[in-house]
Design a protein around this ligand. Sequence first.
Ligand SMILES: *[C@@H]1O[C@H](CO)[C@@H](O)[C@H](O)[C@H]1NC(C)=O
Ligand SMILES: *[C@@H]1O[C@H](CO)[C@@H](O)[C@H](O)[C@H]1NC(C)=O
Ligand SMILES: *[C@@H]1O[C@H](CO)[C@@H](O)[C@H](O)[C@H]1NC(C)=O
Ligand SMILES: *[C@@H]1O[C@H](CO)[C@@H](O)[C@H](O)[C@H]1NC(C)=O
Ligand SMILES: *[C@@H]1O[C@H](CO)[C@@H](O)[C@H](O)[C@H]1NC(C)=O
Ligand SMILES: *[C@@H]1O[C@H](CO)[C@@H](O)[C@H](O)[C@H]1NC(C)=O
Ligand SMILES: *[C@@H]1O[C@H](CO)[C@@H](O)[C@H](O)[C@H]1NC(C)=O
Length: 455
Amino acid sequence: MRQWWLLICAPAARARWVDWQSAGAVPDDETAASANTKLLNTLLATSPARTTLFIPNRTFWLAGGVEAIGVAPSLTLQLEGTLRFVPGRKGWPVHYQCDRWHNPLQPPSGKSCVKEAFFIANTSSLTLTSNGTGTLHGGGDAWWGYIQYALHGEDRPRLLSILNVTDVLLERWNFRQSAYWTFTARDVARVEIGECTIDNRVNSADDHGLLNLAAFNTDGFDVAGRDIHIHHSTVWNQDDCFTVQPMGRLGTNARCTENILIEDVNASGLGLTVGAVRPSVDHNCIRNVTFRRVKMHHTFKGIYMKSQYNDDPKATAEITNILYDRVEMDSPTQVPIWIGPAQEADSAHACSLFWPELPFSQCPPPPSSLHWTNITLRDVNIRSPKESPGVVYGNPDQPMKNVVFENVVVSNPGERPWGSQFYKCTGVHGATKGVTSPVPPCFDATRPLDVPNSL
Ligand SMILES: *[C@@H]1O[C@H](CO)[C@@H](O)[C@H](O)[C@H]1NC(C)=O
Ligand SMILES: *[C@@H]1O[C@H](CO)[C@@H](O)[C@H](O)[C@H]1NC(C)=O
Ligand SMILES: *[C@@H]1O[C@H](CO)[C@@H](O)[C@H](O)[C@H]1NC(C)=O
Ligand SMILES: *[C@@H]1O[C@H](CO)[C@@H](O)[C@H](O)[C@H]1NC(C)=O
Ligand SMILES: *[C@@H]1O[C@H](CO)[C@@H](O)[C@H](O)[C@H]1NC(C)=O
Ligand SMILES: *[C@@H]1O[C@H](CO)[C@@H](O)[C@H](O)[C@H]1NC(C)=O
Ligand SMILES: *[C@@H]1O[C@H](CO)[C@@H](O)[C@H](O)[C@H]1NC(C)=O
């Protein structure tokens, strides 16, 4: 009896190292994509606890639908080469009925949806490491563009998607050409991401013109969960760069997205995002988030906090204790500070992408069921934005509370769309400190704050 127990447990107790090329993976051959994917899925599914899977410094093609669900804990992927996904939709694996599939990131519809490129769920102690050459390449070029968007909308694979995983370390990986969201972590706890790069560009332009923006929805790091630290990383993309997404009370590892620190990063795209937060019956929530020491070169948006709409009377939400500290932007393309309703094409009652320039375009305020409290921008320096400095737009029935701009300086701002007002400013209890210029017109430098402010 005892010997039998030893046989079962001894291998699990020892760390195991597997070289994936020695195990049969074929490098530098696109026609090997399906066989490589099958092998990778088998190795992942059958690895005992504490396995290191080593991917050498070569290019290995994959076909999409790489999955590690419920794998044994303490898996390490040491990626020294490139895992490259075959381009385009043709032949990409799908779930025939999306709603039968337990991924809350994908739409609950009876229709088919593409599988994520690489999906990891239901495990713990996950290490994704590299010496610096490790690259995940999504072949995004083949999925992007206005025509593809018109035909398929957001039915595109996330490059690396992580769900219900705790204790994650991701370091020195490079993400290139994601077809859709690049890195997504949902319902996670204790995650560190360091020294990673994300680069989703159509061409080498040094800004975000119409051609590059056609790489729609190529979000950078999207995280929802608790105790998350992202540092020394760079994102250049055409949608939200570093994004903190809400969690409601039904989460497993987090019942609110909280304790998030994002520091020493560079970002250019749709910005440093909190949200979008849509009120929900389980109280969507984001609390205690700090972004600090961020450089934003030719970004499109910069500081971006956004709400979505829900008219369910039982739905509630909060955005609480958010700090942006030492953020530098040079020549942002659009409005550099946006705190208000999400400006997007595809959600109910959204703020129009053409607001306020296009006559009759709509931009309803955030829902009053969302509470915004304690939002601080400190030492924010914005040079020559092409448009007006910003939007601070709450619901007059439920104003944003304790919004503080301390040393927020916008030099040489564009004229449009708010001219000498500089900001769209309403539904806010705001105050300024230090040298803030220009002052959002509805802020009051002398107004007593709603709460004692020790920030
Ligand atoms: C990986 O391979 C590339 C191209 O073959 C080479 O330039 C690079 O030095 C290699 N890196 C390492 C760490 O071996
Ligand atoms: C994770 O495990 C739970 C419980 O076994 C299961 O219901 C869920 O479908 C799993 N998640 C995925 C993505 O398979
Ligand atoms: C989360 O993953 C764990 C395994 O790490 C599993 O036991 C649990 O059922 C999963 N929960 C959900 C909601 O998928
Ligand atoms: C990774 O870097 C470490 C430290 O520089 C070195 O010891 C190790 O050999 C490298 N491994 C690979 C696979 O390049
Ligand atoms: C960010 O860009 C600056 C140059 O503006 C550079 O010095 C710094 O190393 C970059 N940081 C990262 C994490 O790449
Ligand atoms: C807020 O988050 C930071 C991590 O960024 C953490 O150190 C701190 O303890 C958190 N504060 C509270 C009140 O939980
Ligand atoms: C807002 O900040 C103040 C001062 O730091 C603090 O006392 C208060 O608890 C915060 N409000 C919330 C809802 O956390």
